[in-house]
Design a binder for this molecule. Structure first.
Ligand code: 0O2
Length: 225
């Protein structure tokens, strides 16, 4: 799809991406701040880890072509800003399903992140078996001498969902999008099993968050086994 883009625009695209890179850097730090805050105060953190990326150029161009964004017209930058909401992407990975919901709630309450839309692939998984919560947000960066408010997509998922999605993503890449039926079947089964594990582990979360009963010493509990 690169040959649909004039050479001059390719250079402009690098400049175009710069504030998005800053947004990813800042948001990564801020989301990690949630985790550190819990840890420093000795509390259980609903966040296990945070990763971020700006959309790769080939992936961005592919989506732009799908949206019929014409790079020979000088409206292309405005259209990318407005129509491609995941140029800045953050991913928050949690241990338990309830943590995913807690992080979603924490993000909804923040004043530096405006949530525009929530895609709940947790309640309604995709046909592929994909599960996650996607929050389409906007965030303001002060980049050079300009203030820019940019869209970003924050994905929240469990370790299990992340494991599944990583495998599925690699298979989709390997088969260039045409995953054989039997592999799709296996992936779907893996998604079901992953969800069963997530649901089971989620009940352990309650166990972890409630203090051990005082009248039940470690020795007593070991004797019970
Ligand atoms: P990249 O840039 O390669 O990371 P769409 O409009 O179809 O593109 P949709 O369904 O509206 O997408 O979801 P959304 O909110 O735009 O998010 C797309 C991103 O969600 C993907 O990024 C993945 O990170 C993730 N995702 C969505 N569906 C699946 C799925 O079935 N399997 C996996 N592994 N990940 C999924 P991209 O498109 O890969 O972009």
């Amino acid at each position: 799809s690169k040959n649909t883009v004039p050479k001059k625009v390719l250079n402009q695209l690098i400049t175009f991406m710069a504030p998005y890179e800053q947004a990813v850097d800042e948001l990564k730090l801020k989301l990690k701040g949630i985790k550190y805050g819990f840890q420093k105060s000795g509390r259980y953190s609903p966040i296990e880890f945070v990763v971020g990326r700006v959309k790769k150029l080939d992936s961005l161009l592919k989506k732009a072509v799908e949206k019929e964004i014409d790079f020979t017209q000088d409206t292309w930058a405005e259209r990318l800003d407005k129509e491609i909401t995941d140029i800045a992407g953050l991913r928050v990975v949690c241990r338990y399903i309830d943590d995913v919901l807690e992080v979603k709630q924490l993000l909804l309450e923040r004043e530096d992140i405006t949530v525009h839309d929530i895609k709940d692939y947790l309640s309604s998984p995709k046909d592929s078996g994909y599960r996650s919560i996607h929050m389409i947000c906007s965030y303001t960066v002060y980049h050079g001498s300009v203030k820019r408010t940019l869209f970003c997509e924050i994905q929240i998922r469990t370790l299990g969902m992340n494991f599944w999605a990583t495998n599925e993503h690699e298979l989709r890449y390997k088969y260039a999008g045409n995953i054989p039926q039997d592999v799709l079947q296996q992936l779907n089964e893996a998604s079901t099993i992953t969800n069963q594990l997530d649901v089971l582990m989620n009940s352990l979360r309650q166990e972890i968050l409630t203090p051990a009963p005082l009248d039940n010493s470690l020795e007593e509990r070991l004797e019970e086994i």
